[in-house]
Ligand binder design. Structure first.
Ligand SMILES: NC(=O)c1ccc[n+]([C@@H]2O[C@H](COP(=O)([O-])OP(=O)(O)OC[C@H]3O[C@@H](n4cnc5c(N)ncnc54)[C@H](OP(=O)(O)O)[C@@H]3O)[C@@H](O)[C@H]2O)c1
Length: 324
């Protein structure tokens, strides 16, 4: 079948190991279901894999991709949950299973005509979401949803105040849209004037330059930038506030600022992906609120290389989607 796969890994030249072509298909084990992919979306995870992060040589060639929506062989429209883990191993939360993997790390991923996943990883797709929109949800959007709704400690009925760092990012964009639809006040930062304008357009209540003083201190921060914004995140919290961190694009080792953390009784909470139940909640949230992922570009799977080239260049404003 046609697929986009890593056949070798190259830390400094990720696209050198990318092949878009025929790959063998593995039969579905017991308890797994094959999905005919209708749309799949790219993530930085795919570039990390091509650089050899989390993907060892003995697992190559590996079909890339975490995100997809499609149709099961018996005709059900589904979104594919990318976390392969056992909830029973970790108090009902498969993201905490020590043996957890994501699609394309151990099992072939979603950038293909077909993907095979544990049957519990299939989430019904409502007709209100297009294939392209549904395909954007399982990684960046699910991660943002868990961070904002379940990890930030904001009031469930709205009224909290949130800072989203690096507003131009895919995850940050999702966090702004989700937090506004959930009734919170959102401040966003970005280095670029154009991205600050886009954040306001998405509904942010204020968009400031990275590091600038906020209108007031916030209850929580959505942190994916890391070293470049960490000091500002710590300084922007009210006493008892919380940083929720799921990425460190600019570096993962900033000064910890422990004095401020204990004196103001701040919390630092890690977050990665989300559970199958959280993906069900996210799908229902979009269905109910009308919020939709921002999609930059849609092209056929056969043109996947062009989408990867854009991801490497970084000039992307929303998700890059491939259709089958
Ligand atoms: N843990 C998980 O489950 C999970 C899931 C998805 C993503 N992630 C991680 O989350 C991070 C963001 O992912 P993404 O897809 O949203 O990436 P992205 O679209 O490339 O966004 C990254 C953003 O970081 C900001 N940034 C980068 N370097 C910066 C610097 N030196 N100073 C200030 N800001 C800087 C930029 O914001 P501005 O240009 O607007 O300033 C940029 O838009 C990545 O590290 C990714 O691996 C983790």
């Amino acid at each position: 079948m046609l697929a986009a796969a890593a056949v070798s890994t190259h830390p400094d030249d990720p696209l050198a190991g990318l092949v878009v072509g025929e790959q063998p298909e593995r039969p579905a084990p017991d308890g797994w279901t094959t999905v005919l992919v209708r749309a799949a979306a790219l993530n930085h995870h795919d570039l990390f894999s091509l650089r050899g992060v989390g993907l060892t040589a003995e697992r190559l060639p590996m079909i890339l991709g975490c995100d997809a929506a499609g149709v099961t062989e018996d005709g059900r429209d589904v979104v594919v949950h990318a976390v392969i883990g056992d909830p029973a191993a970790a108090d009902g939360d498969e993201t905490l299973d020590p043996k957890r993997t994501l699609l394309s790390e151990l099992h072939p991923g979603t950038l293909a005509e077909r993907v095979t996943v544990p049957t519990r990883n299939l989430v019904p797709k409502p007709a209100s979401l297009s294939w392209e929109e549904a395909a954007c949800l399982p990684t960046a959007w699910l991660t943002a949803y868990r961070m904002v709704i379940n990890r930030a400690g904001l009031p469930a009925d709205g009224g909290g105040t949130l800072l989203v760092q690096g507003a131009g990012g895919g995850l940050a964009t999702a966090a702004i849209l989700i937090a506004k639809a959930a009734g919170h006040t959102v401040f966003a930062t970005s280095r670029a004037e154009s991205k600050r304008k886009r954040a306001l357009h998405l509904g942010a209540d204020a968009a400031l330059e990275s590091g600038a003083r906020l209108p007031r201190r916030v209850d929580a921060v959505i942190e994916t930038v890391g070293a470049a914004t960490w000091h500002h995140s710590v300084a922007s919290l009210r006493p008892g506030g919380r940083i929720v961190c799921s990425g460190a694009t600019s570096g993962d080792n900033p000064p910890a600022e422990l004095t401020r953390i204990f004196f103001l009784q701040l919390s630092v909470v890690g977050s990665t992906m989300g559970t199958r139940d959280e993906l069900i909640d996210l799908v229902a949230f979009l269905d109910r609120t009308g919020v939709r992922p921002v999609i930059d570009d849609v092209r056929p799977l056969a043109d996947a290389r062009a989408s990867f080239e854009r991801l490497v260049r970084g000039d992307v404003h929303g998700k890059l989607v491939l259709t089958v």
